[in-house]
Write a protein that binds this ligand. Sequence first.
Ligand SMILES: Cc1cc2nc3c(=O)[nH]c(=O)nc-3n(C[C@H](O)[C@H](O)[C@H](O)COP(=O)(O)O)c2cc1C
Length: 150
Amino acid sequence: MSKTPKLLILYYSQTGNTEKMAKAIEEGAKSVSGVNVELRYFARPEELVEADGIILGMPTYHHDMGMDMKRLLEEVAIKKINLKGKIGATFGSYGWSGEAPRMLLEIMKNRFEMETIEPPLLAKYSPDQKSLEECRKLGKTLAERIRKKV
Ligand SMILES: Cc1cc2nc3c(=O)[nH]c(=O)nc-3n(C[C@H](O)[C@H](O)[C@H](O)COP(=O)(O)O)c2cc1C
């Protein structure tokens, strides 16, 4: 029997805007049957290996991503955890510059050689209905892609 494909949505949110996006992505992904979808606030580097698709959510603060995410990615690199070929996407709420999801996607693509879906999904402050719909669509697209692949 083939294994159930797994989609990990890992995010950080300080004031809840990126969290709203994360939940809409989860909802979209869960509309696809036969995919194990996990919404998480924290993950160990080794847990990333178990996922076939990884969506990282990060708001931009001070033109940067959060320390926990940076640390996680550094550990993945140091421990030589292989993410090559996994499908990746990023998202995040922002106020005026929105670098964090772009930086994350760059790292996924260039450092970990993941298959990335571009561009990152950004929402200015609190995501409106249109943004949330795009989030659901992203979740669904990723889930369908990993289901086809595994
Ligand atoms: C102290 C502070 C610094 C911020 N720095 C940036 C920034 O550099 N670039 C940007 O686009 N938005 C910036 N923002 C806006 C946040 O990204 C925005 O409020 C976002 O919706 C927060 O997402 P969250 O609710 O998921 O935490 C900043 C907000 C605060 C409070």
